[in-house]
Ligand binder design. Structure first.
Ligand SMILES: [Zn+2]
Length: 170
């Protein structure tokens, strides 16, 4: 399946497209259980992004997008993916708020955040990787396999929160 995981649009372009934005739980269904100003409940977990508010839109072309101060998610497309992938897309978009437009840096930011939150495993990353495994890359996105190995690399070089506190005790 060819997936354009994420795209970053300039605020001006986005408002020019006048995309319909919904705030409701309805279209998200079990995919995104609820949306509040800065967070979305995905797979039973409240995902927060301090730097941005969250908006849902079923008319946008990709799964998610980020503009400064706002994250957009497409519940219609996201429902095809497991919750670990949906959460990682959320964090990827949040990552753009901090690292700018680099896709690789946003992926890495997302992986680090998820590992620190304690729910992402290497197996989870491989699940996420399957969603773009066949991608040769598009625009700013590296090809799927390269993207996947960069994410695993980020994961392996990030400490879990408990391993950090353990080392402090020594
Ligand atoms: Zn991105």
């Amino acid at each position: 399946m060819r997936v354009q995981l994420i795209r970053v649009l300039l605020m001006g372009l986005f408002s020019a497209l006048a995309l319909p934005i919904i705030d409701a739980v309805v279209l998200g269904g079990a995919i995104i259980e609820s949306v509040h100003a800065g967070s979305a409940k995905i797979g039973g977990r409240r995902m927060g992004c301090r730097a941005a508010r969250v908006r849902l839109s079923t008319k946008m072309p990709g799964l998610g997008a980020a503009v400064p101060g706002t994250i957009f998610l497409n519940p219609r497309l996201l429902r095809r993916y497991p919750s670990v992938t949906r959460r990682m897309i959320f964090l990827h978009e949040c990552g753009h708020q901090y690292v700018g437009s680099s896709e690789t840096a946003a992926d890495c930011w997302a992986v680090k955040a998820a590992k620190r939150q304690g729910w992402l495993t290497e197996r989870g990353i491989r699940t996420v990787c399957r969603s773009f495994a066949g991608s040769r890359g598009s625009g700013p996105h590296p090809p799927g396999p390269a993207r996947c190995s960069a994410m695993l690399n980020c994961y392996r070089t990030t400490k879990r929160p408990n391993s950090r506190s353990r080392s402090r005790k020594r």
